[in-house]
Design a protein around this ligand. Structure first.
Ligand code: 5GP
Ligand code: ZN
Length: 114
């Protein structure tokens, strides 16, 4: 998607602080962090929302979670706890329409979220 912000980050057209990447997954720091660690984990392939996921995307979604876990573990924050969340569409607050797993760690989280 040529007009997608996260495809541009993936392609290096927009700078970001990339902290993890592999064949299928990319992770970079959120530009407006909501916790001491706030990382966005995305599939390299453009998928607009969770509503667009297909059965064959199941391994890819698993890879997002495994990448998130590795990042938090590598920072030594996993045992204290962390949050992983994916917003879908406007009512949930999705603003960038390329799916991304928010990974937040390093502070106490409250529930329910707003
Ligand atoms: P959403 O609201 O779609 O769930 O999350 C989008 C996230 O992308 C927000 O947390 C926002 O701070 C982040 N974001 C928006 N623009 C940029 C950008 O240009 N670079 C980075 N690294 N993050 C961005
Ligand atoms: Zn995209």
């Amino acid at each position: 998607m040529s007009d997608c912000l996260f495809c541009k980050i993936r392609d290096g057209e927009i700078p970001s602080n990339i902290i993890y990447e592999d064949e299928n997954v990319l992770a970079f720091e959120d530009v407006n962090p909501q916790a001491p660690l706030h990382v966005l984990v995305i599939p390299r392939r453009h998928i607009a929302t969770a509503n667009d996921l297909q059965a064959q995307d199941a391994p890819l979604i698993g890879q997002l979670f495994l990448a998130a876990k590795k990042i938090v573990q590598d920072r030594g924050l996993a045992e204290d706890g962390y949050r992983m969340v994916m917003n879908c569409n406007e009512q949930a607050g999705q603003t960038v329409f390329h799916i991304h797993l928010h990974v937040l760690a390093g502070r106490i989280m409250h529930w329910p979220p707003g």
